[in-house]
Design a protein around this ligand. Structure first.
Ligand code: HEC
Length: 156
């Protein structure tokens, strides 16, 4: 029974999938879990894809920045409760094959963390947008898929 199973393909964040091709609304507001149902290649069966620790961390970071964005827009100091421990980004296990040179990745991560620190000290629009542009520069090297989504976090 080819193609008869109603399977939602929830891949819209994946690094190699342009967002336009994928379901945008699907799990935007649902709780983040470590696995997700995907259609296994060349079959009609649902498969469970394990999402890496780093990918889950990134999704959470995305949510945190969304919250921070509102504080910055309102010119209010960002409460400490908004921040995850972003420094953990260098310790997380990533999708196999994604990071071939951990030192190269860590270089981008350190720049990013520096911008985050500056934003914590000074919650200005400039400092905030500098964080977002660092998300994007690392993504240009490692994970193009979510860039459009990340850019929506910018304050114009
Ligand atoms: C140092 C590099 C780096 C920085 C900085 C970075 N990312 Fe990522 N991001 C990655 C990598 C690598 C992945 C792929 C992770 C994997 O699949 O294991 C990823 C994945 C993602 C994903 C997709 C997660 C999924 O569902 O598969 C989102 C969304 C994301 N990042 C958002 C952000 C946001 C927002 C920021 C800034 C606040 C940011 N990233 C900063 C490297 C980075």
């Amino acid at each position: 029974m080819k193609g008869s199973l109603p399977i939602a393909v929830i891949l819209f964040f994946a690094c190699n999938v342009p967002e336009q091709q994928a379901g945008q609304k699907t799990n935007e507001n649902t709780e983040i879990e470590n696995t997700e149902a995907v259609k296994a290649p060349n079959t009609d069966k649902a498969a469970v894809r394990t999402v890496s620790e780093l990918a889950v961390f990134m999704r959470n970071m995305h949510s945190e920045l969304k919250v921070a964005r509102q504080f910055v827009k309102d010119s209010v100091v960002i409460p400490d409760t908004v921040w995850l421990d972003f420094a953990k980004v260098v310790e997380m296990e990533s999708t196999a094959g994604m990071i071939k040179d951990q030192d190269h990745f860590n270089g981008y991560a350190q720049l990013f963390l520096q911008r985050v620190k500056e934003l914590k000290d000074d919650p200005s629009v400039e400092a905030y947008n500098a964080v977002i542009s660092n998300c994007v520069s690392c993504h240009q090297n490692y994970c193009m898929g979510p860039i459009t989504k990340i850019k929506k976090l910018e304050i114009n």
